[in-house]
Structures are given as structure tokens and as C-alpha cells.
Design a protein around this ligand. Structure first.
Ligand SMILES: C[S@@+](CC[C@H](N)C(=O)[O-])C[C@H]1O[C@@H](n2cnc3c(N)ncnc32)[C@H](O)[C@@H]1O
Length: 260
């Protein structure tokens, strides 16, 4: 697969500093033996430059998800078939509709639930440009999946009202329980969410810590460091690298499977 504006890709340092490796999928041109960071760093840069002008939507709902991770996530949801998904960071409902769409293939309405939480109202897209880029998109409340599978809570992920809704969903529907962390991706916030919410995840299911790419992109401690610090004190989870099967992921080390 070529993105059409290729340049040389010779060295990890050079390519990530100058953001010149715009070629993916041609292992012969990109030096994959130097490690995933070679392509990941470049793909991050590429995405930042170009993807901001593209809109990804699902069932007419704008979604802020990387297409490659989106495929990995939909496979994961299908494998786990969670009865409860805690969707942190609703924005305008993109991830909720993705989850609901897959959920609808294994559970009838009333048999499973997505608790989607955001301190901001779901009618307002925090990314105004993304909204503008999808003129065909409609309000998520007009999507039948929203009413059938999603309970929206206007709160932060670890606020009492949000946790009460999660607990209620678990007592009503049971497990498996899956958590998707896609709020603000700051180190302290992600670490706290992992600590507080890990107890709800059932064995064999996952916490998906999104946008761990920010650590490598911004060169500072962010969600990826939070994952590793969380795992230092919690041996119930392990990183499932098999979920990064497509070689590039914005959620590197972010697919955490509960093993005990
Ligand atoms: C990247 S967007 C989410 C995109 C969405 N999951 C999707 O796939 O389209 C981040 C959202 O997280 C919300 N947010 C920030 N901090 C949060 C928190 N502590 N709990 C829940 N949501 C949060 C923001 O208001 C924003 O709407």
C-alpha cells in the first residue's frame, strides 16, 4: 500500500525526526528490521499531517479512531463478546456506535449495554473540523443503535454517577466486561482510570488504553508510560501484542488482557 507521496526511509532517527518515511506496507523500502518505531513514528506523523483532513465515520456517526486499530478493536469485541462495555470518551458517539454495531450481532437490545461517559454533551464534537468534514453524518441520537445499546452518562469516567451506571449495568447484564479508555490521554488520568476500573474487567477481557502513541509522538510520559506503571503493581493484566497484528497501532502496548 502506498500513500503516493513517498520519500526514502533509511534510518529510524532520521525518518522520525524529519517525518520523511511516508511509505508503509513495502517492507523492502522501510527498514522494518529496525523495529516498529521506524514505521510507527512515521505513520504517526503522516496521520497527524493528513488524516486530520479525512473523516472516518460509522453508520453516519463521526468517529475519532485510526482505521487500523478500528479493525483490531472490532475483532477484539467480537472475540470477547462483552455484555458491558465502558466507553470512556463519547465525543459524538463514534466509538459507542462502533461497539453497538458489533454488539448487535451477538446480543439483542436489552441483553447487553454500552455505558458511554463524557463530561461534555454528545451533541458537541470537540473536534469542530471533524464534524465539518462529514456533512453526511447525522446526530447519533437518530441512530437506532444508540437508543438500543447505549446509555450515555455526562460525567468523568471515575466520577460516582458514572461508576454507579457501570455497576448497575454489570449487575443487570453480567460479564464479560470491557473497558475502552479514550478520554484525555494524560499520564495521571490514564493511570488513575486503570487503577480504579481494572477491578471491573472480567478475566479474558480487556482494558483498551487508546492513543499510547502520544508518548512517542510528544516524547513525554503519557498513556503508554501509565500502562507500564500500572502493570508494575497489577499482575492480573498483561499486554496482548497479538492485537497489534497489523504492525502499526496508535495503541501500542495498550491492549491489556486480564489473565487472572
Ligand atoms: C478522542 S475523543 C473520544 C473519541 C471517541 N471515543 C470516538 O471514537 O469517536 C475524547 C473525548 O473524551 C472526553 N473526556 C475527557 N476526559 C474524560 C474523562 N475523564 N472521562 C470521560 N470522558 C472524557 C472528551 O470530552 C472528548 O469528548
Amino acid at each position: 500500500m502506498s500513500y503516493g507521496w513517498t520519500t526514502s526511509c533509511t534510518d529510524m532517527t532520521t525518518s522520525s525526526k524529519k517525518s520523511t518515511c511516508f511509505l508503509l506496507g513495502r517492507g523492502s523500502a522501510c527498514n522494518l528490521s529496525r523495529g516498529l518505531l521506524t514505521t510507527s513514528g512515521s505513520r504517526d506523523a503522516l496521520c497527524r499531517q493528513r488524516c486530520r483532513r479525512r473523516c472516518l465515520c460509522r453508520c453516519a456517526t463521526p468517529s475519532i479512531q485510526d482505521p487500523w486499530d478500528l479493525v483490531a478493536i472490532q475483532q477484539l469485541v467480537w472475540d470477547v463478546k462483552p455484555k458491558v462495555i465502558y466507553d470512556i470518551g463519547t465525543n459524538v458517539g463514534g466509538s459507542a456506535i462502533l461497539f453497538a454495531h458489533i454488539m448487535s450481532q451477538y446480543a439483542k437490545p436489552g441483553e447487553a449495554l454500552i455505558v458511554s461517559v463524557d463530561p461534555k454533551d454528545f451533541t458537541v464534537n470537540w473536534d469542530a473540523e471533524a464534524q465539518r468534514l462529514c456533512p453526511r453524518c447525522t446526530a447519533v441520537k437518530d441512530n437506532p443503535l444508540w437508543g438500543q445499546y447505549v446509555r450515555f452518562v455526562k460525567a468523568r469516567a471515575v466520577e460516582r454517577s458514572a461508576l454507579a451506571a457501570l455497576q448497575k449495568a454489570i449487575s443487570t447484564f453480567g460479564g464479560p466486561v470491557l473497558i475502552s479508555l479514550d478520554g484525555w490521554h494524560r499520564y495521571a488520568e490514564v493511570l488513575k482510570q486503570c487503577h480504579v476500573l481494572s477491578q471491573y474487567v472480567t478475566i479474558g477481557s480487556y482494558i483498551i488504553v487508546q492513543d499510547t502513541k502520544l508518548d512517542r509522538f510528544l516524547s513525554k510520559a503519557g498513556p503508554r508510560r501509565a500502562v507500564h506503571d500500572f502493570l508494575k503493581n497489577n499482575t492480573d493484566f498483561e499486554i496482548d501484542k497479538s492485537r497489534e497484528a497489523f504492525l502499526y497501532s496508535q495503541h501500542t502496548d495498550g491492549y491489556l488482557r486480564r489473565i487472572k
